[in-house]
Design a protein around this ligand. Structure first.
Ligand code: MN
Length: 277
């Protein structure tokens, strides 16, 4: 595995490795706006503008032990091969996978074999289709394909198909909620003590992040996402995460920066909880 210190820059590296930011430029089933294969590099580049001192999380990421790995994986086989080859090393650190499209989440869950976990799914779309345009591995099926790996709580979801509505009515193991608030908090509190976090940038209102594959108006706001991260990292052990579906646009560098900042906020909370910095 080749490391660099591009995410947040060299100042965020350290003597011990605590966090790996892994680029996974998979783009196979994009259904609307394309370009998510370029998201990892756009996020990494924008991250270098972020202040390492994080007053909101009460932590300074200077010397925090953050490294960047470019997996080069552009399909399921390549990602699975990379994880299998490096699983021992990956399981010792907090891994944040940067997509690429949302289809990667169940692949990560399968190959990382985290054991019993709950899954927190921040998204505008339910992603509960059995197949989409004939493809059962589409990003639109990613939550459905993640169900074998643990109970799922979805927050921010505001768009789904009639078929998904039928499925949600009877399905066990997935709870779908629109807004962040008391109901969502109570749902998160039903999850096992260890959770995996999947952040689809479409969860954000487009007034916050606009450059996504399928922009969907309505909340979550920035403060909602930070509130969810605060609650999650305070009450659960987050075993790993992904951040997916950014679709970088030359006219919208702000989306790249805010996407990077969301990852930074999650990593900050992980390290603050671990107490190694
Ligand atoms: Mn999604």
């Amino acid at each position: 595995m080749d490391y660099s210190h591009d995410f947040l820059g060299t100042e965020a590296s350290g003597t011990k490795r605590e966090v790996l930011v892994l680029s996974v430029p998979v783009e196979l089933t994009t259904s609307y706006l394309s370009g998510t294969a370029g998201a990892p590099e756009a996020i990494i580049e924008a991250s270098r503008q972020i202040e390492l001192f994080n007053p909101a999380a009460g932590i300074d990421l200077e010397g925090a032990g953050i490294a960047t790995v470019r997996t080069g994986a552009r399909d399921r086989g390549a990602l699975a091969g990379f994880i299998r080859e490096n699983r021992a090393e990956l399981s010792e650190v907090f891994c944040c996978f940067l997509g690429g499209e949302h289809a990667i989440t169940p692949w990560i869950l399968e190959e990382m074999a985290y054991g019993p976990v709950g899954i927190v799914w921040l998204d505008a779309h339910a992603d509960l289709r059995e197949q989409y345009l004939g493809d059962p591995h589409s990003h639109a099926c990613a939550a459905r394909n993640s169900m074998p790996f643990g109970p799922i709580v979805q927050i921010g979801v505001r768009s789904w198909s009639r078929g998904e509505q039928e499925f949600m009515r009877t399905a066990r193991g997935v709870t779908t909620i629109g807004r962040w608030g008391g109901g969502a908090r109570a749902a998160l509190d039903t999850l096992p003590p260890r959770v995996y976090l999947s952040l689809d940038y479409a969860a954000f209102d487009p007034s916050v992040i606009r450059a996504v594959g399928t922009p969907e108006p309505g909340r979550l706001s920035w403060d909602d996402i930070v509130g969810i991260l605060d609650h999650l990292f305070a009450t659960r052990e987050v075993v790993g995460m992904d951040a997916v579906e950014l679709c970088p646009s030359a006219q919208d560098a702000a989306s790249d920066f805010i996407a990077a900042k969301a990852v930074y906020e999650a990593i900050s909370r992980h390290l603050a909880r671990k107490g190694t910095v």
